[in-house]
Design a protein around this ligand. Structure first.
Ligand SMILES: Cc1cc2nc3c(=O)[nH]c(=O)nc-3n(C[C@H](O)[C@H](O)[C@H](O)COP(=O)(O)O)c2cc1C
Length: 207
């Protein structure tokens, strides 16, 4: 039986430009589930932060830290200490939102640390963290999440994070729509709870 980890840290990243839209609603439920399992949550609402895009100057080659001084520095520190990551984004043109993509690109500093400084091979799959990706989209197409999933999978790798689970929600367009989707809300809560239980070394089924 896994031993319990005291208060695992989970970084919850909200990537929608809408403060209280569908992504926020779903993320809120996942956070509630993880919190109930004893996780400590640090939330970042990207639309309210000062975040430059990556400038590709590779200042991070020195010690793995991005040299651009803005709000990314506090996200970097939190991610670096986290055991779990929940990334939530709306789907914009079959990809993640611009806010989310800016954060992903700034995390190239983690990639540089992992592969260039620590010299970990590209196919190394020993993870330090576990992650959940949540996406909200309006339409129904079969390939609706393919683009975002490819980016997120490799983003999580750079963060030393296993993509443990995903919640991909279709049919959400108006701002308040997720609030009226009990199944999606329940899944978001459950997936947050399962991630929290995994990190805390508990069995979610028995909670
Ligand atoms: C710029 C933009 C691009 C979008 N592109 C897509 C798309 O490619 N596929 C889709 O199903 N919905 C698309 N949508 C709809 C959003 O994904 C949908 O409204 C989602 O629920 C928004 O989540 P939010 O309320 O958290 O912002 C787009 C919306 C915007 C504003």
């Amino acid at each position: 039986m896994a031993s319990e980890t005291p208060e695992p840290l989970v970084v919850a990243i909200h990537g929608s430009p809408r403060r209280r839209g569908n992504t926020s609603t779903l993320l809120g439920e996942a956070v509630r589930g993880a919190t109930e399992q004893g996780c400590r949550i640090v939330e970042f609402h990207l639309r309210d932060l000062k975040l430059s895009p990556c400038l590709e100057i590779y200042g991070c080659k020195k010690d793995g830290r991005c040299v651009i001084k803005d709000d990314f520095q506090k996200i970097y520190d939190s991610l670096d200490h986290a055991q779990g990551v929940i990334l939530a984004s709306p789907i914009f043109f079959y990809a993640v939102s611009a806010q989310t993509k800016i954060l992903m690109d700034r995390c190239q500093s983690f990639w540089v640390r992992r592969h260039w400084l620590e010299k970990r091979p590209y196919d190394d799959t020993t993870w330090h963290r576990r992650g959940l990706f949540i996406a909200a989209a309006a339409s129904q197409g079969q390939k609706l999440f393919d683009g975002a999933l490819l980016s997120v999978r490799y983003f999580f790798r750079a963060l030393d994070t296993e993509l443990t689970d995903t919640l991909l929600c279709r049919g959400l367009d108006r701002e308040d729509e997720a609030q009226h989707q009990p199944d999606q809300l329940a899944m978001a809560y459950l997936k947050g709870k399962e991630l929290g239980a995994l990190l805390a070394g508990k069995d979610a089924e028995q909670q």
